[in-house]
Design a binder for this molecule. Structure first.
Ligand SMILES: Cc1ncc(COP(=O)(O)O)c(C=O)c1O
Length: 386
């Protein structure tokens, strides 16, 4: 199917999906769409094998030692909640950053409002990076968890989690990494980087469908069960199974989502994470260079685009970002994301709160022609008389 639309909202969800993802989901579901791990008949075993195979491939992707500690969830938000709620206790302190998405900020705020916890949010510098030493300096004796967003969904900056992990380990505090924007485009080596848990979502750069994500938990870290129910094992006991992955998975798993994620993962590994990232950064550089002569365009990304993913937020001076997005849609058939991008503190930090900005986020199916058309569109809009 061809889309007249030029899609620049890949940081929200990648679109379209690689050829084969949806077909594979339908084909596999038609053949083995039974409840995995719940029956002894051949089809149930086959479905469970597919689920376990996907856990194994995800464990390899994230450099995690144990595939049984790959927990499937609905999305990254769900996975972050699983970890935050499964670890933090009354009286605890948490260190996180001002670059986080609401999927971290809101669970923390909720626990604080209930009078259960305190937290500190470390600011980012002018370039959009958080200093690892500021993070560890904020660790207190009662700090239970450090949470860092790997790649910012507003600024595109990649935080040095490979440095933060070992520093946290030295302090005896686990690091939870929000990999919603990095999984599939930036390598992650959980074991080598001393990361306690990684939350990912399937529908962004892992190229799967919506409704599937997960939490990878290092064997050094144990999380309490926060959702209880059927697991298909130990059914005689009133106590929820404490073995991983079922300890953190209750009820029937999203088999169709896992089938799609598995196929998305196949695409990512075939193309190569580094190759996808490199290509997206080449397009982002072209976009940045094309926009640089436009005096009214103000972009919020680092000058050298080092340690960056393929997205950029900008504004056209004296124009509302909502209006820019509406013109891009109506007159140029371009999809972008405007507003605060669920990361209000990032916009506060760059001085764009509360209006936010216009985000262009690139995916594997964007082309040079798309970028050139975006430059032309912004050039025309920025020539609009005030
Ligand atoms: C940095 C970041 N964290 C978390 C999320 C939440 O992902 P999901 O909506 O798949 O739960 C997003 C989604 O945009 C994100 O950009």
């Amino acid at each position: 199917m061809t889309h007249p639309l030029i899609y620049f909202d890949n940081a929200a969800t990648t679109f379209p999906k690689p050829p084969g993802v949806l077909a594979k989901m339908v084909e596999t579901y038609e053949r083995t769409g039974v409840s995995p791990g719940r029956g002894s008949y051949d089809l149930a075993v086959e479905a469970e094998d597919l689920v376990f195979d996907t856990r194994k491939r995800l464990a390899r992707l994230f450099g995690a030692p144990d595939p049984n500690r790959v927990i499937f969830s609905g999305n990254a938000t769900d996975a972050l909640n699983l970890c935050i709620q499964g670890l933090i206790r009354s009286g605890d302190h948490v260190v996180s950053t001002r670059i986080e998405h609401n999927s971290v900020l809101r669970p923390l705020y909720h626990l604080k409002q209930k009078g259960l916890i305190e937290y500190d949010l470390i600011p980012f510098d002018k370039m959009g990076f958080v200093d690892p030493h500021d993070i560890v300096a904020a660790v207190k004796p009662n700090t239970r968890l450090v949470i860092v967003c790997h790649a910012s969904n507003v600024l595109g900056t990649i935080q040095p989690v490979h440095e933060i992990g070992p520093l946290c380990r030295r302090k005896g505090v686990p690091l939870l990494v929000d990999a919603a924007q990095s999984a599939g485009v930036i390598p992650i080596h959980m074991d080598d980087w001393a990361i306690g848990a990684v939350a990912f979502t399937g529908h962004k750069s892992l190229m799967g469908p919506t409704g599937i994500g997960g939490l990878v938990v290092h064997p050094d870290l144990d999380l309490q069960t926060t959702r209880y129910g059927g697991t298909g094992i130990d059914s005689e006991s009133p106590i929820h199974t404490q073995d991983y992955p079922h300890r953190l998975e209750a009820g029937t798993i999203n088999l169709m989502g896992i089938m799609g994620l598995s196929e998305g993962l196949r695409f990512v590994l075939k193309e190569g994470i580094d190759a996808i990232h490199h290509r997206e950064m080449r397009l982002l550089t072209r976009l940045r260079d094309g926009l640089s002569p436009l005096e009214r365009v103000e972009s919020y990304c680092t000058q050298d685009l080092e340690n960056h993913v393929g997205l950029m937020t900008l504004n056209i001076r004296e124009m509302d970002p909502g209006d820019v997005g509406a013109i891009l849609d109506a007159d140029f058939d371009m999809a972008v994301r405007v507003g605060l991008h669920c990361a209000p503190l990032v916009h506060e930090g760059i001085g764009t709160f509360p209006r936010g900005g216009v985000r262009f986020s690139l995916g594997p199916f964007n082309t040079e022609e798309h970028v050139d058309r975006a430059v032309e569109a912004l050039s025309q809009i920025s020539r609009t008389k005030l």
